[in-house]
Ligand binder design. Structure first.
Ligand code: DQA
Length: 144
């Protein structure tokens, strides 16, 4: 196993900072990557941060995390959280632990966000803390 933590981000998260800041905050994905790299350095973890608007990329990267011997995956599958059996199956197909991450708390929002396919395969979830959700999830990954 390596000390690499994959941080996978799904659709529309490339627009963080300008996208509904009242819901998701003003930090950009680059800001979050910087926060994770700083905390990762303290924890002895290397961060591999990626974002895609395409479901299959998330599936491929989950497979890759296993093949590369990643320590853990932090996964904010964004809207695919609520729709993607393919992402759930990929999580179940690998032994690498996956921690579900959300900036907002989807369960306090619209009904269609209440169900998470990712949660059916993830070992843990951190949500509702804005950018800090990622940092707390990284600390949980370090403790695995
Ligand atoms: C999100 C919550 C999802 O419901 C939404 O589709 C997103 C972002 C979050 O980080 O709060 O795109 O995953």
């Amino acid at each position: 196993m390596t000390n690499i933590v994959y941080v996978l981000n799904g659709p529309n998260l490339n627009l963080l900072g300008m996208r509904e800041p009242e819901v998701y905050g003003s930090d950009t994905l680059d800001d979050i990557a910087g926060m994770l790299e700083d905390r990762g350095r303290e924890l002895g973890l290397e961060i591999d941060m990626r974002q895609s608007n395409h479901e299959g990329h998330l599936v491929d990267w989950l497979h890759e995390a296993q093949a590369e011997g990643a320590k853990a995956v932090l996964l904010n599958a964004a809207a695919y959280t609520h729709t993607s059996v393919a992402v759930l199956d990929a999580i179940k197909a690998i032994t690498t632990p996956v921690i579900e991450v959300h900036l907002s708390d989807p369960e306090t929002r619209e009904e269609f966000r209440h169900h998470s396919y990712v949660a059916l395969g993830a070992v843990d979830v951190v949500k509702g803390l804005g950018a800090q959700s990622y940092v707390v999830a990284l600390e949980k990954a370090a403790a695995l």
